[in-house]
Design a protein around this ligand. Sequence first.
Ligand code: FAD
Ligand code: NAG
Ligand code: NAG
Ligand code: NAG
Ligand code: NAG
Length: 441
Amino acid sequence: MSKQFKIIIVGGGIAGLATAIALRASNRKIIVLEQSSLNREIGAVISLQPNASKIVEMTWNLAKTLQAKGSMVDEGFQVYNLDGELQMRIPLSTMEKYGAERMLYHRVDLHDALKKRATSKEWAGEPAEILVSKRVTHCDCEEGVVYTQTGEKFHADLIIGADGIKSIIRDSILGTKIPALRTGHSAYRMILPVDKLLSDCKAFCDVVDPRAPYTTMVMAHNRRMIMGPSRNGSVYSIVAMVPDEDMNENTTDTSWTTHGDIPKMCELFADFPEWARGPLSCVKDGEVGLWQLRDIDPLPTWMKGRVILVGDAAHAMLPTQGQGASQTIEDAEAVGTFYTDILDGNDAPLEQIKAINEKIFACRYRRATTIQQYSRQAAKPATEEGSVKIKMSPSEFMDYNCSYNGALKWARQQTEQERVADDFRKMSIAEREVKTQEVAL
Ligand SMILES: Cc1cc2nc3c(=O)[nH]c(=O)nc-3n(C[C@H](O)[C@H](O)[C@H](O)COP(=O)(O)OP(=O)(O)OC[C@H]3O[C@@H](n4cnc5c(N)ncnc54)[C@H](O)[C@@H]3O)c2cc1C
Ligand SMILES: *[C@@H]1O[C@H](CO)[C@@H](O)[C@H](O)[C@H]1NC(C)=O
Ligand SMILES: *[C@@H]1O[C@H](CO)[C@@H](O)[C@H](O)[C@H]1NC(C)=O
Ligand SMILES: CC(=O)N[C@H]1CO[C@H](CO)[C@@H](O)[C@@H]1O
Ligand SMILES: CC(=O)N[C@H]1CO[C@H](CO)[C@@H](O)[C@@H]1O
């Protein structure tokens, strides 16, 4: 007799919701356990690289929903130096090259669209159920059980760890606490109404049209501003990156998302062109977030027993390439793809689940880890010391980052990658750690 295939997803962020969408099918019971009340998504612009936007907009059919919320096609990068001169303008006609567009969304809009897509009855497959205020404390990977803070126990055939950079599922898999690492960078971030920019920051708008679908950067040796619109050009997001040691903000280790101090921020960007500084001094107190940027080293494994990690839990990376969410979406698609045939809980003995998770790991590990490393590289100083000439190009990593056509095609193309992952699986955990450090260098 047929039995439901039971799936628990820990974490209701972009990773958890995307994986719920990818796994939705009839005869599958999907429960997402989220610690928060899930209405506090951070307001910011988030970009999806072409092949991830293809998964979200085409495979999962969310193009119309996101368009109604004001999604924008990113038409290119423009990069200014400290003298305020335009140093490069790189149009991104990604449609032709990559078969999809690089998209700009408001984070809240993307999160909401994914949430509806995962839980609404309008779509095929049994809807996923989200249980909020459920903080998971640990899991038994072999037995397939997760435990919450209030003493509840949830059994599943498959457990997805989508609980972000501070993942506790990761600790249960590895048997050790993996810390989020300071990267030496922090970022002030703010999101401004475009009307306000047009009226209060004329000098800025004379140089950069805040309604235009372009990603604009102003780059100094070790500080940079990364900016772009969302919601049909009605709001404008600014991320201002600085080295930690210059920041002098009083942050503690337990929280790395705090309020930014506007005078301190303005002081740090005092040598930026006057037009570029305009928006920094026209935000109000309380509207600037300060985000200590962290990532993790490549992990020796993402899986154990019935459990596999996705998203930031598996490969938290710096936002320098706007790839965190894209890699997450690719993970979700891979999980959905490799589980296509498991529609009955009777077909989910431990050995079968382990074998499928290994395939997912083999398919995803190398690519996500490589992009994680590129994201660290892309945080390196943008100019020679004392020079304004920018030596890095934002399109440098695009080809690799964007040449992805779903898990199956990738897996077929990347035999070499499979071989590496295969070798990796045969190693002991200690050997894997050595290997991982080599990759990290
Ligand atoms: C302000 C901001 C801007 C960003 N901008 C970009 C961008 O432009 N481009 C880009 O590609 N990426 C960006 N990122 C990164 C990107 O959002 C993430 O890489 C991506 O969303 C994957 O996140 P995730 O779902 O794995 O983790 P998270 O978003 O951290 O979600 C994890 C979820 O799990 C829940 N959770 C954690 N622990 C537990 C537990 N023990 N029990 C139950 N639930 C738990 C959390 O409450 C949370 O909801 C940005 C991130 C932030 C914060
Ligand atoms: C954004 O523009 C699209 C296309 O013109 C429109 O359908 C949508 O309603 C707009 N949404 C918002 C939030 O402005
Ligand atoms: C930082 O904050 C802590 C706790 O609020 C406080 O005790 C400490 O004095 C502060 N340090 C500085 C340098 O402001
Ligand atoms: C963009 C992408 O998928 N990279 C691949 C992404 O899709 C295009 C078109 O389907 C492929 O040609 C690329 O190889
Ligand atoms: C496979 C691939 O295209 N990799 C490229 C990714 O981007 C880096 C940085 O430009 C290149 O060095 C790689 O060759």
